[in-house]
Design a protein around this ligand. Structure first.
Ligand code: BG6
Length: 468
């Protein structure tokens, strides 16, 4: 029996606007990059939104948010992580005045959460840059984005102060290196971008994130702002010193993104990293001081670990949501080839905490699976014991990390209600405790059904983890 979770531990779930809201043009919303990404990160983009793009309707959270939040409350959620779609607030992204209807929509979502005692945890930018900014400025390649983002942040901070205390700046900020369009709203194809282009764009996001932290603290003195990174820790494939060094270097590439936002400056190893990559970050006057506006906590997604070696061509490749790395022969994998490693979560928590001594927040973790609806005694459900096992195993390891001494603010499982996949834009890759009747071909009633894991998670929360 685990008793390590602190009394105020923030149990909950996580979703993102573009993957669940739908209503892609309602309430004055402008287009976002996701509206022209019908196939996720793996496929091509379209000129205009296509009906085949499941995100245009999503799971219709835009209209059904109250019903869904009630279900989250029934599970006992203490927090809900969701994103604000920037293009609902500033349809083009570069206007000076916000769209009131968009602000009112999030008033309603936030108030619904608060009415159930659910603390909102808001992501400001979750892979949904306004399309106009991508088309006109090539997204975060342009320094102008910093000002547009600042305007957006100021608007939502002023509007929701006193209601939203927890904020995240850029979802999986390190993803920009691998997926410049999704992570940075950059329309230029990746093959045409140099490392200089990409890391300079990342620098603009660092500056924007630091400005957001500064603004948040000024406008909302009790706010806590976190960075958000895709946490894929690297293990050396063998104990050969060359492999150990290779894994150290891969981990440095990952840690760069937290180092800048947590320590407030580029780490010393970045000199060599950038030299090897041919990168020279162009800094403006005042950038170094700005970066000193460091985050209050570190949040990350955790789905897998990966292996690396000095010569990766000798090994079978692994698959995953960021880079593939080398397949770990000791780990099972999901239907989508993501390797399952609950202990990696404990390891990563310790890794971050040893390095920074700042609180952590696990804001994404979960299992994407093809679920099958069944009818049992007149109730339609999914017997998702595999999901229960996955989450249970990860939470046990998180509990152990807390026993190790790591300070963890909370845990929000990804896709607490089924939604559209970010990487493949499918609906059949389901993560939820709640099944949504919508299929990859767009058919379905959009009805919601509680899966077996719904009651399992409810018990985990009500016992504060003791039932794990
Ligand atoms: C994270 C993203 O990378 O992984 C989410 O922040 C995403 O947006 C999640 O949905 C799971 O990935 P996928 O591709 O299975 O949806």
């Amino acid at each position: 029996m685990l008793t390590s979770f602190p009394d105020n531990f923030l149990w909950g779930g996580a979703i993102a606007a573009n993957q669940c809201e739908g209503a892609y043009l309602e309430g004055g919303k402008g287009l976002s990059i996701q509206d022209i990404m019908p196939e996720g990160v793996v496929g091509s983009i379209s000129d205009e939104p296509l009906d085949s793009n499941l995100k245009l309707v999503g799971i219709d959270f835009y209209h059904r948010y109250a019903e869904d939040i009630r279900l989250f409350a029934e599970m006992g959620f203490k927090t809900l992580r969701f994103s604000i779609a920037w293009s609902r607030i500033f349809p083009n992204g570069d206007e000076s005045e916000p769209n009131e209807a968009g602000l009112e929509y999030y008033d309603r979502v936030i108030d619904e959460c608060l009415s159930h005692g659910i603390e909102p945890l808001v992501t400001l930018s979750h892979y949904e840059t306004p399309l106009h900014l991508a088309r006109k400025y090539d997204g975060w390649r342009s320094r102008k984005m910093v000002g547009f983002f600042e305007n957006y942040c100021r608007t939502v901070f002023e509007r929701y102060k006193g209601k939203v205390r927890y904020w995240l700046t850029f979802n999986e900020i390190n993803a920009i290196v691998h997926f410049p369009l999704m992570g940075g709203g950059i329309l230029t194809p990746k093959e045409e971008l140099s490392k200089q282009d990409i890391y300079q764009a990342a620098h603009h996001e660092f500056i924007a994130s630091a400005k957001a932290v500064k603004l948040a603290h000024e406008i909302m003195p009790d706010a806590r702002v976190g960075c958000m990174v895709l946490g894929v820790v690297n293990y050396p494939m063998t104990p050969a010193p060359d492999d150990m060094i290779a894994s150290m270097e891969r981990n440095s590439e990952l840690m760069l993104f937290t180092d800048v936002q947590v320590r407030g400056k580029y780490p010393t190893y970045s000199k060599k990293l950038f030299r090897d990559l041919g990168v020279k970050i162009v800094m403006e006057d005042g950038d170094s001081e700005l970066l000193e506006n460091t985050v209050d906590f570190i949040s990350f997604s955790y789905y897998m670990s990966k292996c690396t070696a000095s010569d990766i061509t000798r090994y079978e490749k692994g698959r995953g949501n960021l880079t593939s790395g080398v397949r770990n022969p000791y780990l099972p994998e999901t239907e989508w080839g993501w390797q399952i490693d609950p202990q990696g979560l404990r390891y990563l928590c310790n890794y971050y905490y040893d390095r920074y001594q700042k609180p952590l927040f696990v804001v994404e973790n979960g299992l994407g699976v093809v679920d099958v609806l069944v009818e049992e005694n007149g109730t339609i459900t999914v017997n998702d014991d595999y999901r229960i096992k996955y989450l249970n195993d990860h939470l046990i390891e998180l509990g152990k990390a807390i026993e190790d001494g790591v300070e963890v603010l909370g845990y929000t499982s990804w896709g607490c209600i089924d939604l559209v996949s970010a990487s493949t834009a499918e609906l059949s890759k389901r993560y939820g405790f709640i099944y949504v009747d919508r299929n990859n071909d767009g058919t379905g009633t959009l009805e919601r059904y509680k899966k077996k894991s719904f009651n399992w998670y409810k018990e985990v929360i009500s016992t504060n983890g003791a039932s794990l």
